[in-house]
Design a protein around this ligand. Structure first.
Ligand code: AMP
Length: 398
């Protein structure tokens, strides 16, 4: 089976063609500079070839057409015709409280995604453009929308409601939604499988730590709480995002520096996080590790603050779940940085967490990094959101 997985941004579009049963990716690539000029980078993994092409892409429609053409290209293609694509799965950022799971794209589904634009103003319009471009390029091809928010829709009101007047919830839908849901779902499901069933993994804390980071508390496979909120700005500090912050900081900065709310939010989204704490060294944890090793105190503070805040969330979620059976690390930092994992777990001994220093050196593979007598099993499980999207798409369209 061939599923085309699409992640459309405002000026870019990533794609992967994969078999949802084996997870084998035959081709993947990226369309960039949509609306400006247009560039396609394509890798035919099954052939071991790569190509870059300048192709005019005034809209997402031309980008999708370029993807279709390269997938069937004599030299760089991996399929004989577009008919060999069984269905298309789209990553969609915000499903609001309308979508508790993935769904087949229909007019109603598109309308609901449109209604969520105020909640995901940057991503949802781009996600819709990707869907509509596929409808034009491949009329009648089944399409599925997979939402970043859906996995978190099992949270109880005490976790998702903000303690502000009710009308902002009832009239304006302001509440905690949470993001990275496809990753949290993939990783928690995989953890439960690897543990031999939910009876051995009732209470799982997933730490998705990358450029953007979020944690989730998962009980019996269902999300109970998550660190991001109405938007992906909330939770732990990230590459360039501040994470949780007292709202009065925003008021103070706006008043003192004459900034608008939008300008202030841009600062909190793009110029904050470990980038800011390290006094501009980097938003990339590898650069921070290197700078800290050379004695840069600001870089060290950024690393310490990140580890501290993640550890605090783990403590909070252990309390929320009434204990913890498994802690899972995933995404760029979680999968690759043994030193960050060690720093986060340092101080969690009281919970029953004992890391194995040798196993913790492993990276990028499914592995238990706790000692055999650790009460809590600590896992590294590489995330694969595209595979989850492909599997949902196959399931819903078969
Ligand atoms: P992601 O957003 O999941 O792609 O993660 C990207 C982040 O992972 C980058 O910003 C890096 O800081 C981090 N990362 C990747 N490899 C390593 C590594 N070996 N050590 C520390 N951080 C890493």
């Amino acid at each position: 089976m061939n599923i085309l997985v699409i992640n459309a941004g405002s000026s870019s579009l990533k794609y992967q063609l994969m078999d949802p049963d084996t997870g084998v990716v035959t081709a993947k690539g990226l369309c960039e500079r949509i609306g400006l000029d247009g560039k396609l980078t394509h890798k035919a993994l099954s052939k071991g070839t790569k190509v870059e092409k300048d192709i005019p892409m005034p809209t997402h429609k031309e980008a999708i057409e370029a993807v279709m053409n390269i997938l069937v290209d004599g030299e760089y293609g991996v399929i004989g015709s577009v008919d060999e694509i069984d269905a298309v799965g789209h990553r969609v950022l915000h499903g609001g409280d309308k979508f508790v799971e993935s769904c087949i794209v229909t007019e109603d589904c598109k309308q609901a995604i449109r209604e969520c634009i105020p909640l995901g103003p940057l991503h949802n319009p781009a996600n819709l453009m990707g869907i509509e471009a596929c409808e034009k390029a491949m009329p009648g091809k089944p399409q599925v929308a997979v939402f970043d928010t859906a996995f978190h829709m099992t949270m109880p009101p005490k976790a998702y409601r903000y303690a502000i007047p009710t009308k902002y919830y009832t009239d304006d839908h302001l509440r905690r939604y949470g993001f990275h849901g496809t990753s949290h779902r993939f990783v928690s499901k995989r953890c439960i499988e690897l543990m031999g069933g939910v009876e051995n993994a009732h209470r799982v804390i997933v730490c998705h730590l990358g450029n953007g980071s979020s944690l989730s508390a998962v009980k019996d496979g269902k999300c109970q709480d998550t660190s991001m909120g109405l938007s992906p700005l909330a939770g732990v500090p990230m590459g360039t995002r501040s994470g949780d912050i007292d709202a009065c900081v925003v008021q103070f900065i706006m008043n003192k520096y004459g900034m608008s709310a939008d300008e202030c939010l841009t600062m909190l989204n793009k110029k904050s996080g470990v980038l800011a704490l390290s006094d501009g060294v980097s938003s990339d944890f590898r650069d921070l590790d290197a700078a800290a090793a050379q004695g840069n105190e600001a870089a060290q503070l950024a690393l310490d603050k990140f580890a501290y805040e993640v550890r605090k969330y783990i403590g909070a979620y252990a309390a929320a779940l009434g204990g913890v059976d498994c802690i899972v690390f995933t995404a760029g930092v979680g999968e690759n940085s043994g030193s960050m994992r060690a720093s986060i777990c340092d101080g969690l001994e009281y919970l029953g967490v004992k890391l194995d220093a040798e196993k913790n050196k492993l990276r990028g593979e499914e592995v238990v990094i706790s000692t055999s007598d650790s009460k809590v099993k600590v896992w590294v499980i590489p995330t694969n959101e595209e595979l989850m999207i492909a599997q949902d798409t196959a399931e819903l369209t078969k």
